[in-house]
Each structure stands twice: as C-alpha cells, then as structure tokens.
Design a protein around this ligand. Structure first.
Ligand code: DIG
Ligand code: MN
Ligand code: MN
Length: 392
C-alpha cells in the first residue's frame, strides 16, 4: 500500500495545459501528441488527482461556434462525471492570440481591451458552468519591451478598471467566484506589470471589490525574481489572500521552467509544505494544491503520468516529514518562542503614553544580548536530518 498515494482529500489538481503539454519549446517541435481533454480527465483520475483546471482555449478552441462549444462542454462534463473529477479553477488565455501581443487589459488599443473583457466574460461563464469557484488572472502579456510605449501608471489603471468591471459583472450575474491574481516578473514580456505577489497584494487593496480578490502565487515566478516563495505565501496567508497556489519547481536565474514539484529546491519545498499544512500548529491552507508544471521534454506519454504521480507523492512525502519535524520534542523546545513576561506590556497592545515612557525607561543589557548565540545551526541541521529521513 503506497502511503504517499494521492487521495481526493489532498485536493491535488492539474491544468489541462500541464499534463497536456506537448513538449514544444522555443527551440523544438512538439514531442508528444495533443491529448483530448476527456482523456486527460480519465488519466488524472487514474493518478489520484482531485481536480482539473483550464484556460478557455484549453477546452474550447478559439473561434469555435456556439454549437461546437456546447458539444465540447457536454462531453467534458460527462468525463468529469464518469471519473469523479471537479473543476476548482478556471482562467482566460489572454496571451496566445496575436491580438494580445501588446497586452490585454493594459493594451494601448481600446479595441483590444474591449475584446479582452469580452473574452474573459465568456470564459468566466464557461468556468462557472463547470463549477469553478476560483478564477485566475495571469497577465502574461501585460508588460513591455519598449517602455516608452505606455506610462506604467496608465497600465495599472487599465488593469484596475478591467478587474473592477469584471468583479461588478460577476456580482451582477450572481456568480460566487473569487478572483486570484498571479504575478510573474517577466517572460513572455521583457517586464510584466505587477511582477511579484507583493505587488499584487498592494494592487488588490486599490480595487473596488477587493474582498473578492486574492492571489495565486507560483513557485517558479517568485523564484525567478530571486525572492522567497515561502515568505510570499506566508504574507498572502497573513492577510487572508491566499485564494489559490501554483506548485512547481524552478532553478534560479533561468526562464520559467515549471518543473515537477520538489525536483529542484527541496528545502524550500519542505518549508512551503510545512507552511501550507500548518504542521507547526498554525492554520492550514484549505484550498486546492494545483501543480502548474509539466513533464520534461524528454518524456513520452507514460513519462507525463509518472511526472503527475511524482508531483503528488512528493508533496505527501514532504507533508509527513514536516509533521515529524514539528512533532520532534527537541525541535519544539528549540523553537519555543522566548518568553520575557516583563517585556510583553512594552511590546503588545494599544499605544499609550505610559507604554512609551516604560519602553524608554526599560533597561536591556545590549552587549550581553548581542553576545548570545541563537543556535540556528543545530535547528537547521535537525530539519535537514528530518528531510533526509534519518530522524522520524
Ligand atoms: C502560468 O503560470 C499561468 C497560466 O498557466 C495560467 O493562466 C495560470 C493558472 O495557473 N498560470
Ligand atoms: Mn510558470
Ligand atoms: Mn501559473
């Protein structure tokens, strides 16, 4: 019995575009056949996945007639039913069609901005029809090469206007969707507006309906920017805005690799799973664990499903290791917060003149404190030993 085998309760999901990736890259032709979405549903279910996500065009080819669209959706919904998969998240492809070559919501051409809104409303209707509860916006083309082409402030205003409109439209339609904004610093544009999760968290606060908008951080995208993904996710959780997450792996200083989860920076993957699962006693993330990643170009069809199974099993292995780490009495003793009861009134609670005076009068042995060792070496070593399975 494989104790790391994925179960529906794990809420693992994949996009049609991930396990359906044909292996085409800027330097090579496809190496795998295009798969029918209904086959992907069947194969994901057989792997133990819980959900399947999609861009509008992953399921309904651009330019399909209404009748063609309805037939495709009917067959897809039958496959979902037959194989017990759900559609937790949907999104719009606002980056492939030539019309979006200079952006969608931020484009200088009002016709493009109008078409982007029109396409998104149609795609939202598709997502709602399939039962999606989260709607992702990744602005892959919202950026620039020749920065004189538009004032970044104008771009931001246009994106705000688009999202405010779409939030209001969803409310008007009675859709119970939450929007999740996904950041990326560059690629395919030289620079993409709103490049990190931190930028997105500020941007959300400017929106008219900010209560229905959160973030969808991706491991590779924060890593491309040289940032800690775990810190980005922790900040999103801290302000209640982690609405979705894109799991994969990435090597720093490279293009967006979207590699199998855990296959590169295992320590960061461990710390991320520890955060999401709340094994140190904090609140757990209850949303989908979505793998926005794809198999190596070296793989055939069988390799794709080995990639999918590996993604989910690695997450479950790291979850066990994190549970064991945080249950280790020695670890708990070492990371128990330092409690100086007499300091608490100085550092917590509402401001008061008395508190300011007491803080000014407090005596600390600055030299002695500065000389104290924190013993993080032994803590980090013990964490590695748990990760390596030499402790349990
Ligand atoms: C790329 O990281 C983006 C697109 O694949 C998609 O729009 C989004 C959803 O996870 N991630
Ligand atoms: Mn990516
Ligand atoms: Mn993504």
């Amino acid at each position: 019995m494989d104790s790391f085998a994925p179960r529906p309760a794990d809420k693992f999901s994949f996009g049609l575009w991930t396990v359906g990736n044909t292996g085409r890259d800027p330097f090579g032709h496809p190496v795998r056949a295009v798969q029918a979405p209904t086959r992907i549903v069947e194969k994901l279910a057989a792997c133990g996945a819980w959900g399947v996500n999609l861009h509008d065009e992953d399921l309904v080819p651009f330019g399909s007639s209404a009748a063609e669209r309805d037939a495709i959706v009917r067959d897809f919904r039958r496959a979902l039913q037959d194989h017990g998969l759900c559609v937790p998240m949907a999104t719009t492809n606002l980056f492939s069609q030539p019309i979006f070559k200079d952006g969608a919501f931020s484009s200088n051409d009002p016709r493009v901005r109008a078409f982007a809104l029109q396409k998104t409303m149609t795609a939202i209707e598709l997502g709602v029809e399939l039962g999606a509860e989260t709607y992702v916006f990744w602005g892959g083309r919202e950026g620039s090469e020749a920065d004189a082409c538009r004032d970044p402030r104008v771009a931001l205003q246009r994106m705000k206007d688009a999202l405010d409109f779409l939030c209001a439209w969803c409310k008007d339609q009675g859709y119970r969707l939450r929007f999740a904004l996904e950041a990326k610093p560059n690629e395919p544009r030289s620079d993409i507006y709103l490049p990190t999760t931190g930028h997105m968290l500020h941007f959300i606060e400017t929106l008219a309906h900010k209560e229905m908008v959160g973030v969808n951080p991706e491991v590779a995208h924060e890593s491309m920017a040289g940032l800690s993904f775990t810190h980005a996710v922790a900040q999103a959780m801290w302000c209640g805005k982690l609405f979705h997450i894109d799991l994969n792996a990435q090597r720093i200083g490279r293009y967006d690799q979207d590699l199998r989860f855990g296959s590169e920076d295992l320590k960061q993957a461990f710390l991320l799973v520890r955060l999401l699962e709340g094994t140190s006693g904090t609140a757990r993330y209850e949303g989908p664990r979505h793998f926005d990643s794809h198999a190596y170009r070296s793989e055939d069809d069988e390799g794709v499903w080995e990639f999918a199974r590996g993604s989910m099993r690695t997450y479950n292995m790291l979850k066990l290791r994190a549970q064991q780490f945080d249950a280790d009495p020695q670890v708990r003793a070492w990371i128990a917060e330092r409690k100086d009861a007499h300091m608490d009134p100085l550092l917590a609670g509402p401001y008061s003149k008395a508190r300011a005076q007491a803080l000014r009068a407090a005596q600390m042995d600055v030299a002695a404190i500065g000389a104290e060792g924190l013993h993080y070496e032994r803590l980090d070593q013990r964490m590695l030993e748990h990760m390596l399975g030499v402790r349990s």
